[in-house]
Ligand binder design. Structure first.
Ligand code: NOJ
Length: 555
C-alpha cells in the first residue's frame, strides 16, 4: 500500500444546516463553520467534510442540488466558501465537499430543459422513457419508497427515473456529455482550493440496461434496487475515468459512499490506484438490515459489533484504507445504537470511542459525536422532517403496526436523530442559534454540550482529544496509522480486544458490559497510553476491567 498525504489525518463531518448558525435564521451556515474552525483545530481535526451546501430545494436536505457552482444563500456565498478555504488553509486543515452526481434536483436547469424538450440534448442527461398506462419500464422501488418512475412534468406520455426522491432525477452516466459536466465541476472546486470529496451514492450511477424487473419483495409489488445493483456491471469504467480526469491529477482525497461492492473488487475501489482514496466501512450500520424495512431490522449486540469491525478489517487487510465511523447524518447516534439500552454512560461512550477510533483506517467524527450527543425522543411523526423516516413509518403502518409502534420503530433509526443542532452550550437553543432552529434541539443540551466539557479533563470531549493526540504522537503514529490489526481473544463474549502491531505493539481492550471482566495479558505492559478509568487493576498478569472500561496499552 502506497503512503498518501491523508492517511495519518483525522476527519470530521459537518452537516451544515445543524452545525452553527451565525445569522440567527435557525439554519447553520458557512460563517458559522468559520467561527468554529479553531474549536476543530484544537480538537485535532485535519480534514473537514461538509455535507452539501449548494443551492437546493432541500427535498432531501441538500442532496438534491440545483446548481453545482454555487452556495445556497441560507449557507452564505461563494465568497464565504473561499474565506472558509483560506481560513482552513491557514490552520493546515483541509476542506472536502460532498459530490452528489448520481442525481441532481428537478429544479436544476438541466432537468428544466429536459422537460422543455425531452428529445433534445438535455433529455439525454436523464433516463426518460415513454409512458404507457398500467405499465412501468421496471419494477424498482426508490430508496424513499414508491416506484422509481414519475411522469415527466408537462409530458404525460413520458416518465423519468429517480432512484431516490422524485425531486432527484437520476443523471444518465452513459451519456459522455453528463460525465464531462461532472468532471468540469469537480475540477472547478478542486482548483478553487477544495482538497477532495465525499462521494454520494456512487454505486447507483451504473444501471442495468435495458430496464427489467427483479423479484418483488414487498406487498407494494416492487423490487429493492439492491437486485439491480448486484446485476449491473461496469461501474468501474465510469469511476476510473472520473479518477483520472479529476482526483488523480489534483492528488485529491476521495471517500466513497460505497455499498454492495464485492470482495474481489476491493483493490479496484481502494487499492493503490483505486477509484477512491478510501471508502466508508458501513458494516455495523447495515447489520441486521431487512428488505422488509426498518421495523424488521435486528438490533446489534457488542459481539456483533466486534465481528463486523473485525470482518471488515480482515477483508480490507493491506489492500487499502477504510474510513471508520460510528455515525453520520444518515444514521442514528452511534452511542444509542452500539451501546446496549440501559448501559449508556460516560464510560461506555468512551469505550465506543476507543474501540472504533483505534481501528486501522481513517477515523471520521460526526459533529456532536465528540460530546456524546444522543438520539432524540420523538413524540410524534410530525416532528420528523426526513423523507426516508416518513416513508419507513408508512412501511411499518402497512405491515400492521399501530401508529405508536411505527413511531417507536422508526425513531430508533431515524436520520433526524443525528441532524438535531449541535449542542454548544446550555444557553437558549444550545447556543446553536438565537432564531428558531429548523429541527428541534435535543432537550438534554443543558447537560450534554461543548461548553460543559471543553476544559474538563474527564469529559468525553477531552477523551476524544486524547485519542486524536495519541494517533498523532510521533512515538505511536506509525503503529496506529499503519500497524497491523490483529484480534485478541476474538471469541470472548463482550470483550473487544485487538493488537495494533508496527514499530510498537499496542493492545486495545474494551469491556463491552457493566460486569467486570478479567483478561489475561499476553505480555507485561510497558505503559498505559489511555484509560477511561483512573486506575487499571492488574492481578497475576491479568487485568480486571471494570464496567465499560477501555484501555490502550503498550506491550
Ligand atoms: C446518501 C446521503 O448520505 C443521503 O443523505 C442522501 O439522502 C442520499 N445519498 C441521496 O443523495
Amino acid at each position: 500500500m502506497n503512503r498518501k498525504w491523508w492517511q495519518d489525518k483525522v476527519a470530521y463531518q459537518i452537516y451544515p444546516k445543524s452545525f452553527n448558525d451565525s445569522n440567527n435564521d435557525g439554519i447553520g451556515d458557512i460563517p458559522g463553520i468559520i467561527e468554529k474552525l479553531d474549536y476543530l483545530k484544537n480538537l485535532g481535526v485535519d480534514i473537514v467534510w461538509i455535507s452539501p451546501c449548494y443551492p437546493s430545494p432541500f427535498a432531501d436536505q441538500g442532496y438534491d442540488i440545483s446548481d453545482y457552482y454555487n452556495i445556497h444563500p441560507v449557507f452564505g456565498t461563494l465568497e464565504d466558501m473561499d474565506r472558509l478555504l483560506a481560513e482552513a488553509k491557514k490552520r493546515n486543515m483541509y476542506i472536502i465537499l460532498d459530490l452528489v452526481v448520481n442525481h441532481c434536483s428537478d429544479e436544476h436547469e438541466w432537468f428544466k430543459k429536459a422537460c422543455q424538450d425531452p428529445d433534445g440534448k438535455y433529455g439525454n442527461f436523464f433516463y426518460i422513457e415513454d409512458r404507457k398506462e398500467g405499465e412501468l419500464p421496471c419494477n424498482w422501488r426508490s430508496y424513499f419508497g414508491g416506484s422509481v418512475w414519475e411522469p415527466l412534468p408537462g409530458h404525460p406520455d413520458k416518465q423519468y427515473l429517480h432512484v431516490f426522491h422524485k425531486k432527484q432525477p437520476d443523471l444518465n452516466w452513459e451519456n459522455p456529455e453528463v460525465r464531462e459536466e461532472v468532471y468540469k465541476n469537480i475540477n472547478w472546486w478542486l482548483d478553487r482550493g477544495v482538497s477532495g470529496f465525499r462521494i454520494d451514492a456512487i454505486i447507483n450511477i451504473k444501471k442495468k440496461l435495458p430496464f427489467k424487473d427483479y423479484p418483488v419483495d414487498r406487498s407494494d409489488g416492487l423490487s429493492s434496487i439492491r437486485y439491480m445493483l448486484e446485476d449491473a456491471e461496469g461501474v468501474g469504467e465510469f469511476l476510473s475515468e472520473m479518477r483520472d480526469r479529476t482526483f488523480a491529477p489534483h492528488n485529491a482525497f476521495s471517500v466513497g459512499e460505497v455499498f454492495n461492492e464485492k470482495d474481489d473488487e476491493l483493490p479496484d475501489f481502494i487499492g493503490d490506484n483505486g477509484y477512491f482514496s478510501s471508502m466508508f466501512d458501513f458494516s455495523t450500520e447495515v447489520f441486521g438490515g431487512s428488505d422488509k424495512g426498518w421495523y424488521d431490522q435486528a438490533p446489534i449486540t457488542p459481539d456483533d459489533y466486534k465481528k463486523c469491525c473485525f470482518n471488515s478489517q480482515k477483508r480490507v487487510s493491506n489492500v487499502g484504507f477504510l474510513s471508520n465511523i460510528i455515525e453520520n447524518h444518515d444514521e442514528p447516534r452511534g452511542v444509542c445504537r452500539y451501546i446496549p439500552e440501559g448501559d449508556l454512560s460516560l464510560h461506555s461512550k468512551k469505550l465506543l470511542a476507543t474501540v472504533y477510533f483505534m481501528l486501522k483506517g481513517l477515523p471520521f467524527i460526526y459533529q456532536g459525536q465528540e460530546i456524546g450527543m444522543e438520539n432524540l425522543s420523538f413524540q410524534s411523526i410530525d416532528q420528523i422532517d426526513d423523507v426516508s423516516t416518513i416513508d419507513q413509518y408508512h412501511v411499518a403502518l402497512d405491515a400492521g403496526f399501530s401508529e405508536k409502534e411505527a413511531l417507536a420503530c422508526v425513531s430508533r433509526y431515524s436520520r433526524d436523530n443525528a441532524r438535531t443542532p449541535v449542542q454548544w452550550d446550555s444557553s437558549v437553543n444550545a447556543g446553536f442559534s438565537e432564531g428558531t432552529p429548523w429541527l428541534p434541539v435535543n432537550p438534554n443540551y443543558t447537560e450534554i454540550n461543548v461548553a460543559s466539557q471543553i476544559n474538563v479533563p474527564e469529559s468525553l470531549l477531552s477523551y476524544y482529544k486524547k485519542l486524536i493526540a495519541l494517533r498523532k504522537d510521533p512515538v505511536y503514529k506509525e503503529t496506529i496509522v499503519y500497524g497491523e490489526l490483529i484480534p485478541y481473544l476474538e471469541d470472548r463474549h463482550n470483550l473487544m480486544a485487538y493488537y495494533r502491531k508496527g514499530e510498537k505493539t499496542l493492545l486495545v481492550l474494551g469491556n463491552f458490559q457493566k460486569e467486570t471482566q478479567t483478561v489475561k495479558l499476553p505480555a507485561t505492559y510497558k505503559k498505559i497510553l489511555l484509560n477511561n478509568y483512573a486506575e487499571l487493576r492488574v492481578i497475576d498478569g491479568s487485568v480486571i476491567l471494570d464496567d465499560y472500561q477501555a484501555v490502550i496499552l503498550e506491550l
